[in-house]
Write a protein that binds this ligand. Structure first.
Ligand code: CO
Ligand code: CO
Ligand code: CO
Length: 346
């Protein structure tokens, strides 16, 4: 019997909060030679969730990868969350999962039973997604990290990108937000068990059924909400689509008592990095209070899908999402014609 370890004690910033800042990352990516290929349907140009490569006229593969340090205390939960998060980028593109490979970084001085639980969690989610685990790669590292490289498939006509938002569309978000603040509160010992558990359940929840609903209603534009926060991902969508977005911060669904936790100062560093990279291209209306500002900047791990839905379909899609396992699905804003700023927060 090995001593139970709280994985959160091993990390400064877990989950998608550990992403490099977008401002810094852009410096590295900016001057890389551009890759062109006739079969390349979606590349890194629009900062989309995954790459899409056409194999045949009726079949394209989606490739994506994500891995990060622990975002919760328990190893089995961590494995499930990291896998759900990595699989999510396939769903954000409107695809379904085919195969996955484990990416493992793990300290040699920690019990292999912990790693076993992480891998069990990952496998559970891959199976739930209908995917097949093919193998993986592991290296010794001081801080554990886990994730997947995932291959999915999609019909080339059904590819969903973050670059197809149209003025008049309604923005629908499928999961509540606040995981960054709640995890920070958990680390500081002030998260209520209810809020922490709600965050865990939301992070474990696959976006698979929401992707099927997007296919059913012929949705063309979506992204999943992760480390750059609701605002950061909305910004990438606005710029990728050459439109502007109006976010209604008071309509954004939240997890547990996260607004209280933000009020108490549970705001991890990732939110301030997101503030830095969104600052120049977003405008907060004066009606938005500080806590709601920090909420939309909060880095999410394994967040929901943000989809652009034709106005006349919004009500029925939200209803269907709520009945399909995403009870917090809500309208959170709308797409407007390109204006001075990329995102206006009300
Ligand atoms: Co993504
Ligand atoms: Co990703
Ligand atoms: Co996408």
């Amino acid at each position: 019997m090995t001593k139970k370890i709280d994985l959160l004690n091993l990390v400064e910033q877990g989950g998608c909060s550990a992403k490099l800042s977008a401002t810094e990352l852009n410096k590295a990516l900016a001057d890389l030679p551009k890759i062109t290929h006739e079969n390349l349907l979606v590349d890194i140009d629009t900062h989309d969730d995954g790459g899409v490569y056409k194999i045949r006229d009726d079949y394209a593969i989606i490739q994506t990868t994500d891995f990060f340090p622990p975002v919760c205390s328990d190893a089995y939960d961590f494995g499930q969350i990291a896998a759900a998060n990595a699989l999510s980028d396939v769903y954000a593109m409107g695809g379904q999962v085919i195969t996955a490979m484990n990416l493992v970084m793990f300290p040699e001085n920690l019990s292999m039973d912990i790693l076993k639980d992480i891998l069990k969690g990952g496998q559970k989610k891959i199976q739930e997604a209908g995917g097949v685990l093919l193998g993986g790669h592991s290296i010794a590292d001081d801080i554990p990290k886990y994730g997947l490289a995932v291959t999915g498939w999609v019909h080339p006509d059904d590819v969903i990108t973050n670059a197809a938002a149209k003025p008049g569309d309604v923005l629908v978000l499928t999961k509540p937000i606040g995981t960054g603040s709640i995890i920070s509160a958990k680390k500081n010992g002030i998260a209520s068990p209810e809020s922490y558990q709600a965050a865990i359940e939301n992070m474990k929840l696959l976006n698979d059924k929401a992707a099927l609903i997007m296919n059913k209603y012929n949705i063309k534009c979506a992204t999943d909400i992760t480390g750059f926060g609701l605002l950061g991902h909305a910004l990438k969508m606005a710029d990728g689509s050459n439109v502007s977005i109006r976010l209604e911060s008071s309509k954004v669904p939240t997890i547990g008592n996260v607004m209280e936790l933000i009020e108490m100062g549970c705001i991890p560093g990732a939110a301030f990095r997101n503030q830095e990279f969104t600052e120049g291209s977003c405008r907060f209306e004066s009606s938005v209070d500080y806590n709601h500002k920090m909420l939309v900047l909060d880095a999410q791990t394994s967040g929901g899908l943000l989809m652009c839905v034709p106005k006349e379909k919004a009500e029925v899609i939200i209803k269907e999402l709520r009945n399909t396992g995403y009870p917090d699905s809500s309208e959170v804003g709308s797409v407007i014609t390109r204006s001075e700023k990329s995102v206006y927060i009300h």
